[in-house]
Design a protein around this ligand. Structure first.
Ligand code: NAP
Length: 242
C-alpha cells in the first residue's frame, strides 16, 4: 500500500518541492495551504501527473477544527503514514526593538501552535507507526540577530518539540525528526520584506549560495522513509554550512 503523507503549506516553496518529491517516490499526498489556491492547484496537477493520489485542502494550521478537517480529508487516501509539519511564516526583518506584538503572536501561532496541532492529529492517527518531520530552521541555533530573533526562538521550540515527541511516540513506532534549512530560495523572504535575501545573504553562506527547495525536500523525504528507520529525535541541518 502506498504511504499517505500530509504536508502543511504544500502549495509553495519547500512544501511544494516535498510534495513533488514524495509523489515521485510513490506517496499519496494531502497538502494544505492557507490562501494561494492557484499555487496549490498547480502542485496538485503535478502530483497527479506523477501518478499519485493527491488532494489539496484550504486549512489554516492554527485552527484546530481546520486541522482536524485536513486529516479527515487525508484519510480518503488511505491510512496515514506520515506528516511534514512545514507551514511557517516569518515577519518583517528588523531590529528586535521594532517587533510588533501582532507579528510575534502570528509567528508563535503558525510556527509553534500550528505544528503542535498537526502533530497531535498525526500522533492520534498513526496507529500503525509512521514518521513526522518538522521543518525547523538553522535560525534555531544562530538566533537571527537584527533579523527576527523571535522567529529563531520559535524554531528552537520546534527542535525541542521534535526531541520530546520522538521520545514520547517511539513506543508507538512513530519516528519524529526535524530538518533545519539555512537560507532557501522561496517566497518567504518577500513576506519578510527582503525578496532578494537568497542572493543578498550569499556572503555568509559557506557553500556560497542559497539552497533550493528540492535540496531540503530530499532531506525531508529521507527522514520520512525506511532508510531512516533508526533515526528519531534528530535535527538534520541542511544549510550550506551556515
Ligand atoms: P513559503 O514559500 O512562504 O511557503 C509557505 C507555505 O505555508 C505556503 O504554502 C503557505 O500557504 C503555507 N502557510 C503559511 N501559513 C499557513 C497557515 N497558517 N496554515 C496553512 N498553511 C500556511 O515558505 P518556505 O520558505 O517554503 O518555508 C517552509 C518552512 O521552511 C517554514 O516552516 C519556514 O519557517 C522554514 N524555513 C524556510 C527557510 C527559507 O529560507 N525559505 C529557511 C529555514 C526554514 P499559501 O501559499 O496559501 O500562503
Amino acid at each position: 500500500m502506498a504511504p499517505v503523507t500530509v504536508i502543511t503549506g504544500g502549495g509553495r516553496g519547500i512544501g511544494a518541492a516535498t510534495a513533488r518529491r514524495l509523489a515521485a517516490a510513490g506517496h499519496h499526498v494531502a497538502l494544505c495551504y492557507r490562501r494561494d489556491e492557484a499555487a496549490a492547484t498547480a502542485v496538485l496537477t503535478d502530483l497527479r501527473a506523477a501518478g499519485a493520489q493527491a488532494l489539496a485542502v484550504r486549512a489554516d494550521t492554527t485552527d484546530p477544527d481546520q486541522v482536524h478537517a485536513l486529516f479527515d480529508a487525508a484519510a480518503q487516501l488511505g491510512p496515514l503514514t506520515g506528516l511534514v509539519n512545514n507551514a511557517g511564516v516569518t515577519s518583517p526583518i528588523g531590529p528586535f526593538t521594532e517587533l510588533r506584538v501582532d507579528d510575534l503572536r502570528r509567528v508563535v501561532d503558525v510556527n509553534l501552535v500550528g505544528y503542535v496541532l498537526c502533530a497531535q492529529q498525526a500522533a492520534r492517527r498513526l496507529t500503525d507507526g509512521g514518521a513526522i518531520v518538522n521543518v525547523s530552521s538553522a535560525a534555531a541555533t544562530l538566533g537571527s540577530p537584527g533579523e527576527y530573533v523571535h522567529y529563531a526562538a520559535v524554531k528552537a521550540a520546534t527542535d525541542t518539540l521534535t526531541v520530546g515527541l520522538a521520545k514520547e511516540l517511539a513506543p508507538k513506532g512513530i519516528r519524529v525528526n526535524a530538518v533545519a534549512p539555512g537560507i532557501v530560495r522561496t517566497d518567504i523572504h518577500a513576506d519578510s520584506g527582503v525578496p532578494d535575501r537568497a542572493d543578498s545573504a550569499v556572503g555568509r553562506i559557506p557553500l556560497g549560495r542559497a539552497g533550493e527547495p528540492d535540496e531540503i525536500a530530499a532531506a525531508i523525504a529521507w527522514l520520512l522513509g525506511p532508510d531512516a528507520s533508526y533515526a528519531t529525535g534528530t535535527v538534520l541541518r541542511v544549510s550550506g554550512g551556515l
